[in-house]
Write a protein that binds this ligand. Structure first.
Ligand code: NI
Length: 188
């Protein structure tokens, strides 16, 4: 079942997500729904806050960008309680987008070399060093678990330039071709 994607301006996207405990009811179904939602909106990653749940859960399927970034080919990751450790390396600037910020894409500098620790859907512990664009996707998605969005990494000048677009997203004044949930109206 596809879930609506919560858009920029919704407070759930700014909350710090809670740790997931083994035996969390409905986890399997939630993961299926998150994958269905991600595929339907042609994203390569989706974090639980983006479907309105403040929990440390991320799904990634980076295979669609595998031709441009070989490290992404065939990589599907279900991350429960992920922890990212950024390792040394060069800061690389690349364009990023986000399903919660439709129609926007901005350059973001990141170190694309990380150590990732996570639990899978059976709460088995995993650890892997990840590089390149896959590491960027993981960092972007894990940022969501701390209430952070990629636009938080861009310069104040750049942010000023997209201010009107952000206001339109937050105000529900955009069209999106996948199911979405706009921010609640705030009284001025
Ligand atoms: Ni995102």
């Amino acid at each position: 079942m596809k879930l609506p994607v919560y858009l920029y301006g919704h407070p759930v996207l700014r909350k710090t997500a809670e740790t997931v405990a083994p035996g969390r009811e409905g986890l399997k179904e939630l993961l299926e729904n998150m994958y269905a939602t991600m595929y339907a909106s042609e994203g390569v990653g989706l974090a639980a806050p983006q479907v309105g749940l403040s929990e440390r859960i991320v799904v990634i399927d980076a295979d669609p960008v595998g031709e441009s970034f070989p490290e992404c080919a065939g990589r599907r990751l279900t991350l429960i309680n992920p922890e990212v450790e950024v390792l040394d390396g060069e800061r690389i600037v690349r364009a990023e987008g986000c399903l919660s910020l439709p129609g926007l894409s901005e350059n973001v500098g990141r170190t694309e070399h990380i150590r990732l620790r996570w639990q899978d859907e059976n709460f088995e512990q995993h650890e892997e060093e990840i590089s390149g664009f896959l590491a960027r996707i993981v960092q972007h998605e894990c940022d969501h678990l701390y209430g952070k969005l990629y636009i938080d990494h861009i310069s104040p000048i750049r942010k000023q330039l997209i201010r009107a677009k952000l206001t339109n997203i937050a105000g529900g004044k955009i069209r999106v071709d996948y199911p979405v949930k706009f921010a609640p109206k705030t009284r001025k």
